[in-house]
Design a protein around this ligand. Structure first.
Ligand code: GLP
Length: 241
């Protein structure tokens, strides 16, 4: 894993936005994997501010979505992505890949998503955040992990971390979500993991320096050949390397 340290989240976001936009300039048909959450907010702000770049050929696939929520529900990741990025750049609506949490058959929806990613030739650049418990997407610590896009049961800690978009009430956060699996994520040609803040420091240490274990799903990134880990000072402070 290639570790990159930044003074703060703004410097990190500037550098990553530059990398994403350069990748689009080099390959206007870039297939981009995108995360939600607090961590990528600064990145999306940077991308909005540099919206002159032509996104019309870019395809995106988001990591995950809550089960049972329509795309216009304010807590949905679709609503998050529209507000933070998609409504502000020239991406074509038909090029936006999102899991549909209201699909009548959620298993079929997971299969549709895997097929859509494959039909694009796979993800060129996957950007990831990390949960404080080491989860990526909604691949939670467990005795076993799912390879492909699947229905995930969420831990209370993860629901609490997502409560802000549900009026601060973690019990209002859906108990289930749809998420890319480990093989979906590790199938990306390039991965950039971003983590900021002291509350991520232990998960970052376990991801980078710990054994590969299903109890820290992000530790599986160690087996990928092209992972850049972009950290601010607080998130990197427990690393010994
Ligand atoms: C959420 C998302 C993840 C995200 C993580 C960290 O539950 N499903 O994709 O990376 O938790 O979120 P945050 O950046 O808000 O800390």
């Amino acid at each position: 894993m290639n570790i990159e340290r930044f003074d703060d989240e703004h410097a990190l976001a500037e550098a990553l936005a530059t990398r994403v936009l350069q990748a689009i300039l080099v390959n206007p048909a870039l297939v981009l994997g995108l995360p939600t959450g607090r961590t990528p907010l600064a990145l999306y702000r940077e991308l909005r501010e540099r919206s002159a770049i032509d996104w019309s050929g870019v395809r995106t696939f988001n990591l995950d979505e809550f089960a049972g929520l329509a795309g216009d529900h304010p807590g949905s990741y679709r609503a998050f992505m529209q507000a933070e990025l998609f409504d502000h750049v020239s991406i074509r609506p038909e090029n936006i890949g999102m899991l549909d949490g209201r699909a009548p058959d959620l298993r079929a929806e997971c299969r549709r998503y895997e097929a859509a990613i494959a039909a694009c030739g796979g993800i060129d650049l996957q950007i990831l955040g990390i949960g404080a418990n080491g989860h990526i997407g909604f691949n939670e610590p467990a005795d076993g992990l799912c390879a492909h896009t699947h229905i995930a049961e969420l831990e209370q800690q993860t629901r609490e971390a997502n409560a802000q978009r549900f009026g601060g009430d973690w019990t209002a956060v859906p108990e289930r979500a749809l998420s890319m699996g480990m093989a979906t994520i590790l199938g990306a040609r390039n991965i950039v993991m971003i983590a900021t803040g002291a509350e991520k420091a232990e998960a970052v240490r376990a991801m980078v320096e710990g054994l590969i274990t299903t109890q820290v799903p992000a530790s599986f990134l160690q087996v990928h050949r092209r992972v850049d880990v972009m950290l601010d000072d607080d998130a990197s402070r427990l690393l010994t390397l």
